[in-house]
Design a protein around this ligand. Structure first.
Ligand code: SAH
Length: 249
């Protein structure tokens, strides 16, 4: 955790008291003591510092109290993602990383090869996924929480909603079989750097030919990291890392 994030409801008159994993981290990893200044921030709000003004290191109920000065803007998300979700287990590993890397909007879509029972996963409950996203933000030191939406009807989403939800984006569909790589694309279009990227990642079984064509008809260009077929979480992080340098400004 590089920044302790607080819910706005936890902060009263600039003071916040928190327990749980955040308190354990402050006490055990940061060796928190009264007067120590931590990096803190408000979820979906400003970031800054928090001076420790109270604590209890008791084993069963540790807590820490800080006086916050949150005056700085967090770095903003710089990319959006359309993801045909992998199994919940993989998704659970992926979510914190998406928040850390700077995803703003995450849309989970029902591509043909997405396992049908995914849509019943408890991971889709806000109470389960929200803390995972916050973990990622605390790692990166930012505070803007990604939003997560689901669109089981992938085709309808592309036809009816895509353009309103993501106007003017640089659209890339990740596909191992594609011949174009990011480098080729960049040489061909220097103005791309000004647009916000929107990346579409396929399901564990891959995009169908129809789906790739449909995405192309909606302005996505194919993008490959090379012929090695990577697991969804590895591919997603690798693709985002590749784009981050150019677009995360
Ligand atoms: N058997 C599938 C593998 C899908 S891997 C297939 O051959 O398409 C899940 C998703 O990760 C893919 O749909 C793609 O979006 C992304 N991915 C995996 N490896 C990739 C690579 N080398 N380049 C680009 N995207 C990749």
């Amino acid at each position: 955790m590089n920044r302790i994030l607080l819910e706005s409801s936890e902060i009263r008159k600039g003071v916040a008291t928190f327990g749980g994993a955040r308190a354990v981290h402050v006490l055990e990893v940061l060796h928190g003591e009264i007067g120590q200044v931590l990096k803190t921030g408000e979820i979906d709000g400003r970031i800054g510092t928090g001076e420790i003004i109270g604590l209890s290191a008791s084993d069963d109920d540790p807590w820490v109290r800080v006086r916050c000065e949150h005056a700085e803007e967090s770095r903003r998300p710089w990319v959006d993602l359309i993801l045909a979700p992998p199994r919940p287990r993989v998704m659970k590993r992926l979510l914190p990383q998406l928040a850390a890397i700077g995803v703003g909007r995450l849309v989970l879509v029902g591509a043909q090869k997405v396992e049908k029972d995914f849509w019943g996963a408890t991971l889709l409950k806000e109470a389960i996924y929200r803390p995972l996203l916050i973990d990622g933000l605390m790692q990166a030191g930012t505070s803007i929480l990604p939003t997560l939406e689901t669109r089981r009807n992938f085709r309808r989403f592309l036809r009816e909603e895509l353009d309103d939800m993501f106007p003017g984006t640089l659209r890339l569909v990740a596909h191992p079989a594609a011949t174009a790589t990011y480098g080729d694309r960049r040489q061909s279009s220097a103005v791309d750097g000004c647009r916000r990227p929107l990346l579409a990642i396929g399901p564990e079984g891959g995009w169908t030919d129809d789906e790739v064509q449909l995405l192309e008809s909606r302005g996505f260009t194919r993008h490959s990291l090379g012929p090695r077929i990577l697991r969804t979480d590895t591919a997603t992080v690798a693709l985002l890392a590749q784009l981050m340098k150019e677009f995360d400004r």
